[in-house]
Write a protein that binds this ligand. Structure first.
Ligand SMILES: Nc1nc2c(ncn2[C@@H]2O[C@H](COP(=O)(O)OP(=O)(O)OP(=O)(O)O)[C@@H](O)[C@H]2O)c(=O)[nH]1
Ligand SMILES: [Mg+2]
Length: 286
């Protein structure tokens, strides 16, 4: 009698790279669900977010991480530490590069920190790029001896499947770390606060994106209260908007992605220079 049952395999895969390269977009694309917010502002992701891919005989826990850049504030330092920590103890690290802006010195610097034995290179944002440009970028990065190179578009989904198939094949025998129906390790309240921040990032300019923090302060269904923190009075006025216009727009947009009947209450508060204060950064869960 042959044993036809395939042994269950599982493991952890970290998504890492500079800010804005598309780590969170890739995670959402792989899972076909939004578990991590996305914006064109740096430092959109501030937490390690586990997103779970379930297959019949395999499970991959993807760890989305904050983008790493030269820190300008204690918050920046904290986010870099969090990203570095997430790379430890994973089976595979996906190092993501933005093919549109090209492999740069920041990428080069970060690559030196990675173990080539367990790192694969993802060349993201190839949509709309001329083939010569993609080849050129691949030539540049392949000078480093990493395990595999995957040119793809996290946005359109092009070539994402070969990456996922490769990762599935790398998973060692192991348990189902998360229950089958679970796709993210974060609770609904976390996601609602993040969705509010995502909407605000769309309208925020200059230094404002970094100054915004959001958290759910009360969840008594259907009433969900979200506190929006900014660092200065002038920022508070921008976030509220003329006659509350900005908040209204943010609220109705987030409500559309919540369960029917949700009543979202948004409050804006000033927490002076919180980004500069390690104790406040910790309190906010970063
Ligand atoms: N054209 C194109 N844009 C992309 C692609 N992937 C991501 N983007 C865009 O790049 C920007 C950054 O995407 P994110 O997924 O937030 O990037 P991130 O690496 O998670 O950024 P941080 O969390 O700030 O470190 C967004 O505007 C995305 O829409 C892609 O494959 N093609
Ligand atoms: Mg992100």
């Amino acid at each position: 009698m042959t044993d036809e049952v395939k042994e269950f395999t599982s493991g952890f895969v970290a998504l890492t790279g500079r800010p804005n390269v598309g780590k969170s977009t890739l995670l959402n694309q792989i899972l076909d669900q939004k578990v991590s917010i996305v914006s064109n502002k740096a430092q959109t992701t501030r937490h390690r977010i586990n997103g779970v891919l379930n297959r019949e005989s395999s499970q991959i826990v993807f760890v989305d991480t904050p983008g790493i850049s030269k820190p300008r504030t204690p918050l920046g330092t904290r986010l870099n530490e969090s990203a570095a920590e997430a790379r430890k103890d994973v089976d595979v690290v996906c190092f993501i590069i933005d093919a549109k802006s090209g492999f740069g010195r920041g990428d080069e610097f970060l690559l030196q920190e990675l173990d080539p034995q367990k790192t694969v290179i993802v060349l993201n944002k190839i949509d709309g790029l001329a083939p010569e440009k993609i080849v050129k970028q691949l030539e540049i990065v392949s000078e480093h001896n990493f395990q595999e190179y995957f040119p793809l578009s996290a946005f359109t989904g092009k070539n994402v499947t070969p990456l996922v198939d490769y990762l599935l094949a790398q998973m060692p025998p192991g348990p189902r770390w998360f229950p089958e129906g679970m796709i993210s390790d974060k609770e609904d309240a976390f996601m609602v606060a993040e969705l509010v921040r995502e909407q605000l990032l769309h309208i925020a300019k200059e230094e404002l994106p970094h100054s915004i923090a959001t958290r759910v302060v009360s969840w008594e269904w259907p009433v969900v209260k979200v506190e929006i923190l900014v660092e200065r009075e002038s920022q508070k006025a921008i976030v509220i908007g003329k006659g509350g216009q900005v908040l209204k727009k943010v609220g109705s947009s987030v409500r559309r992605s919540m369960k029917k009947g949700a009543y979202l209450e948004l409050m804006v508060k000033v927490n002076k220079n919180w980004q500069q204060r390690p104790s406040e950064i910790t309190r906010l869960g970063y």
